[in-house]
Write a protein that binds this ligand. Structure first.
Ligand SMILES: Cc1cc2nc3c(=O)[nH]c(=O)nc-3n(C[C@H](O)[C@H](O)[C@H](O)COP(=O)(O)OP(=O)(O)OC[C@H]3O[C@@H](n4cnc5c(N)ncnc54)[C@H](O)[C@@H]3O)c2cc1C
Length: 383
């Protein structure tokens, strides 16, 4: 076992950090921090991400993807601003699902613009009445001749308002009366549907929102995979998304930690820098422990996926630990700043609002606990 990053991984990490600071950060700062980024700004950022090879790590290089190990991807992902990371995650996982479930003709139609970052995409599973249990999906699809007709709502969707391509999970009611999950690709240009943003606590330059489909007609050739495959693929993709969400939390906590260490070195109370007080050192030590343990667990989960081993338990553990520990770490870093921590000037309150968003997507802590418990005991406590 080797706990050191390889020289290639260090190069990838540092290059991504440089791109974030030199190229992405100025675009973010030129726009309102409390509003979803304009499409033009997102296109600029996606062009940078595509040039950097971050668009589709799981798609083989021969098909236009990055052909990267997920651990290497995670190391780079951690360096991105969190709302860009979450947007990219929604885009990447949609590309991966499209690639896995599509025919060569469908890949040719849908993937080139997405891989180049010229178009945006997202996956719609969650609905107003369907969250932790996606098997209860109510959105319906029915076939009419050469068309599929979709009715339903999808909520809390990453990239909702900028997505050109929506990958929508629906129920198709078979002749027997049983429902089967189907994934349908909806191109907004050809099959318009309503998309709107939902005002939220954090990640405010992102585009979290909802989609409304009312008799939305798409060609029958937009159906992906075989009926019933969708649930299995969802599990496989969650095992990667969960540690990635954890690493977005690690990236946020790392920034808060660096700010706290700097501040503790310059802020004087009782005649010396507060860094010299034992309890401030304890707070800094707790923050660092949260970051390091979270990062290692998330790397371990991605490495498990890369080795082709079952990752359900470790991925769930990594996300739950990282989002919980890093939320506490950001809060402690604010605390190290005293009143300055809750002021707007230091930017820490924004990191805190952002990290709070990450406990929810790709399974809540309760569901993650039950997934881990199922792996330990072999007994499902939910479903
Ligand atoms: C930033 C962000 C990005 C997202 N992106 C997407 C996306 O791109 N696509 C998409 O489809 N969705 C997305 N979501 C939605 C997300 O996947 C859901 O919000 C999540 O699955 C939880 O569903 P819910 O909000 O309906 O909560 P619910 O399932 O209603 O849960 C409410 C509470 O009950 C608890 N609970 C539920 N069932 C159990 C149980 N069996 N035992 C114990 N406790 C339980 C939960 O843990 C939670 O605390 C995103 C959400 C966020 C915040």
């Amino acid at each position: 076992m080797n706990f050191q990053l390889s020289s290639e991984q260090i190069l990838m990490r540092d290059a991504t950090r440089r791109m974030t600071e030199r190229d992405i950060r100025p675009i973010l700062e030129a726009n309102d921090p409390d509003q979803p980024l304009p499409r033009a700004a997102m296109l600029q950022i996606y062009a940078l991400l595509a040039n950097h090879g971050l668009m589709a790590p799981r798609v083989p290089a021969d098909d236009g993807g990055g052909g990267l190990a997920m651990l290497d991807y995670g190391i780079m992902f951690e360096q991105l601003p969190p709302h860009i990371a979450i947007s990219l995650m929604g885009h990447e996982v949609t590309i991966m699902r499209l690639h896995s479930e599509s025919t060569p003709e469908q890949r040719e139609r849908f993937l080139p613009d997405l891989l180049a970052g010229r178009k945006f995409c997202g996956t719609g599973t969650t609905e107003p009445d369907v969250g932790s249990n996606p098997r209860e999906i109510k959105a319906r699809v029915r076939r009419e001749g050469e068309e599929l007709v979709i009715d339903g709502r999808k909520s809390w969707i990453t990239n909702a308002s900028i997505a050109d391509i929506a990958n929508v999970t629906c129920q198709e009611i078979e002749a027997s009366g049983r429902g089967a999950l189907r994934r349908i690709v909806v191109e907004r240009e050809h099959s318009p549907f309503e998309a709107r943003e939902i005002p939220v606590l954090g990640l405010n330059q992102g585009h979290l929102g909802e989609w409304v489909f009312e008799e939305c007609r798409v060609p029958a050739s937009n159906a992906l995979g075989e009926a019933g495959d969708a649930a299995r693929l969802l599990t496989l993709t969650w095992n990667v998304n969960r540690p990635l969400v954890g690493l977005a939390a690690v990236g946020l906590a790392q920034r808060a930690f660096e700010a706290a260490v700097d501040y503790a070195g310059v802020r004087h109370q009782f005649g010396k820098p507060i860094a010299g007080h034992q309890l401030v050192q304890k707070n800094l030590a707790d923050i660092e422990s949260a970051i390091v343990s979270s990062r290692l667990l998330c790397y371990m989960a991605l490495d498990t996926v890369d080795r082709g081993e079952r990752a359900n338990g470790v991925s769930a553990m990594a996300k739950r630990h990282a989002t919980t520990a890093c939320e506490q770490a950001v809060s402690l870093a604010m605390h190290c700043h005293g009143a300055m921590g809750i002021g707007r000037e230091t930017g820490l309150e924004r990191l805190w609002r952002d990290v709070r968003m990450l406990a929810v997507p790709d399974a809540t802590n309760e569901i993650l606990t039950l997934i881990q418990g199922r792996e330990i005991t072999g007994q499902a406590a939910f479903r």
